[in-house]
Design a protein around this ligand. Structure first.
Ligand code: GDU
Length: 603
């Protein structure tokens, strides 16, 4: 037998298992010195995958055979554009849905998938530590927790749970980041980390597990679909359902805009009784986001609304309804299929029941890069993968799956591509474009509100990426407003708000802007129940400037090419409550003054 002598207990069981699965080559280089680590690795592969290594190998053999035959996984399915709820930002329909969602939000839990390192971005560390923009430097993770805390405060709810899926690549750095920042103000126990394990990489069509030079099994990420297994095996979703959570909002690691439509999306879920509601944006042909499609299978009498991943959409369309493939639809610009941004809302209780039945297992796929036409050898080891947005595939036909579609500028601008690769891409989806889109997002909301916010007259270019929306650079922290309805109350008299194109405005906390004329920079931050009113403020100064990043700048700065520097004359007001604060320009001295009164509503 290939089982080394002298093994006992769990190691012996695992060795026997490997032999029975045709994986005895893993034991070839076995030495007692390597034994402990080796069997720990095998043990993790066995325990972390539902059904263990046996189930993984069986699934792999089937999928590899299908791939070698060239089977089309979507054979028999015909796509069409599904019906969904299209919402125009700020419209009556938008605000009606926000009003419903504002009630539902107090029963919402959040799931961030952050197990990926982001090879495409060319950043060596975790993506959630990147700054969302360079005026405040607020990291993505900080921004997400701030948003959840702001929703909690606005809806007067108890701590809303956040689960973060990490992997071996991201776990330590994510933990360190949370610990160093006191969980960004989240309550003890509010944030739960779930760790996804990697799966075995496979060397050939017989699903023999690949080994490295030391004889250890090579492992690779299994994809964000693992989140459902972990939410099931940890008991978290069941616990949430039992504590009265009704909705679970899933989102990805670098999209700070994704929460703006949350209330409206929850409103749609509630109104239409959706088990699954994808938040979507118009998709450009060829863009690296999946398309939401209705798929009908006449032979099987089945139909579903599902994400078709970007690399599968073109071949599917070509082989069925559209010989020209993934091209623009009637508007001549966008694909007719709504773009999946992997932000979606599941109804918590039906989700928990589904997990009880499926254990969270998602359908898998494999994408081997073959060395030659015989399709017997791989260029490098392949592994099975799964995607979280495939969830509706496990639902029975009567469960409602729909989507909410909103404009790109409201909901989606991730930081995924290295700057050099982003040049020429539409959209670039790099650090600069994500930052610029966030400034534009805030500026545009204020314009829609009726404030006079000027636009840049000439573009800026950094490391080959050009933008004409980097200024004015407006940052409205989640604590100012999460929904548009809330934002309107913070700018009650838009006729009296003017912001020049060269300006930078940062507001954080409970700030109401009644009248402001800004040409330069202004930073107002309120904490600890400081209620701030900006009244008759006339601010003119040198503002903020973007300058070339120095060579010794941190990596997160170097990947964008510039940094943002505050002018010495820019006022920064750090107002600590409790109390009512009035920020005004003194008519005589022309200086910005702050007066404070006790907040009687607190006593
Ligand atoms: N992730 C994990 N574990 C993994 C792989 C990825 O947690 O094993 C996380 C990443 O950290 C990230 C998210 O999953 O937060 C998405 O990963 P990618 O950014 O690599 O995903 P893609 O860009 O390939 O595509 C996904 C969807 C698309 C579309 C797109 C939008 O598959 O349909 O929604 O995001 O950004």
């Amino acid at each position: 037998s290939a089982v080394p002598d002298g093994l006992t207990g769990r190691s012996k069981e695992l060795a026997d298992l490997l032999v029975s699965l045709g994986q005895e080559h893993l034991l070839d280089g076995y030495t007692p010195e390597k034994g402990k680590t080796f069997f720990e690795q095998i043990g993790t592969l066995e325990s972390s995958y539902p059904g263990g290594i046996k189930a993984y190998i069986e699934s792999a053999k089937e999928l590899l055979a299908a791939s070698a035959r060239g089977d089309n996984p979507l054979e028999g399915w015909v796509p069409s554009v599904p019906n969904g709820e299209a919402l125009e930002f700020g419209s009556d329909a938008w605000c009606e849905n926000e009003a419903i969602g504002a009630v539902e939000a107090k029963r919402c839990a959040f799931v961030l998938v952050a197990g990926g390192l982001g090879e495409r971005l060319g950043y060596s560390r975790i993506k959630v530590e990147l700054p969302t923009e360079t005026v405040t430097g607020t990291a993505y993770l900080d921004y997400y927790v701030q948003t959840i805390l702001a929703i909690q405060k606005a809806t007067k709810s108890r701590p809303l749970p956040l689960a973060i899926m990490v992997s071996g690549d991201t776990e330590t750095m994510t933990k360190e980041m949370l610990a160093a920042n006191n969980n960004f103000g989240a309550a003890p126990g509010q944030i739960t980390l779930l760790k996804q394990e990697k799966v075995a990489a496979l060397a050939d069509n017989d699903a023999r597990i690949a080994v490295d030079d030391d004889g250890a099994p090579i492992t690779k990420p299994h994809g964000h679909g693992d989140v459902h297994v972990l939410l099931h095996s940890s008991g978290l979703v069941r616990k949430w359902a039992n504590m009265g959570i009704d909705w679970v909002y899933f989102f990805q690691d670098t999209n700070a805009l994704g929460f703006r439509p949350l209330y409206a999306t929850l409103g749609v879920s509630k109104k239409l009784g959706l088990h699954c509601n994808f938040l979507t944006v118009p998709r450009f042909p060829g863009q690296a986001v999946g398309g939401i499609a209705k798929l009908d299978n006449a032979a099987e009498g089945k139909s579903m609304v599902i994400n078709v991943e970007y690399n599968q959409l073109d071949p599917l369309l070509r082989s069925t309804v559209s010989p020209s493939g993934d091209v623009a639809g009637p508007d001549g610009v966008h694909s007719p299929y709504p773009g999946n941004i992997n932000s979606f809302v599941l109804a918590c209780k039906p989700y928990a029941s589904t997990l009880d039945k499926t254990k969270g297992v998602m359908g898998e796929f494999v994408n081997p890069k073959y060395a030659d036409a015989t399709k017997t050898k791989f260029k490098k080891p392949a592994r099975l993968e799964c995607m979280m947005q495939d969830y509706p595939k496990v639902l029975p036909a009567e469960e409602l799956v729909g989507f909410t579609s909103v404009a790109n500028w409201i909901a989606f601008s991730p930081c995924k591509n290295a700057t050099a690769d982003a040049v020429g891409k539409t959209p670039p989806a790099c650090a600069l474009s994500a930052e610029a889109d966030q400034y534009f997002h805030c500026a545009e909301m204020l314009r829609l509100r009726g404030c006079a916010v000027s636009k840049m007259t000439s573009a800026e270019t950094w490391d080959g990426i050009t933008s004409d929306i980097l200024s004015p650079s407006i940052v409205l922290a989640p604590s100012v407003a999460v929904s548009y309805t809330d934002l309107k109350t913070k700018f009650p008299a838009p006729d009296f708000v003017t912001i020049s194109a060269a300006s930078t405005l940062v507001l954080s906390g409970d700030v109401t802007v009644r009248s402001l004329n800004l040409d330069g920079g202004l930073v107002i931050k309120g904490t600890k129940n400081a209620k701030i009113t900006v009244l008759e403020c006339l601010v003119k100064n040198s503002g903020f400037k973007r300058v070339e990043a120095p060579d010794d700048a941190p990596e997160s700065t170097r990947i964008r090419g510039y940094e943002t520097v505050k002018g010495d004359d820019v006022p920064v007001l750090d107002l600590v409550g409790p109390g009512l604060f009035f920020v005004t320009t003194d008519p005589v001295t022309k200086q910005l003054t702050t007066t404070r009164k006790p907040d009687c509503s607190l006593s």
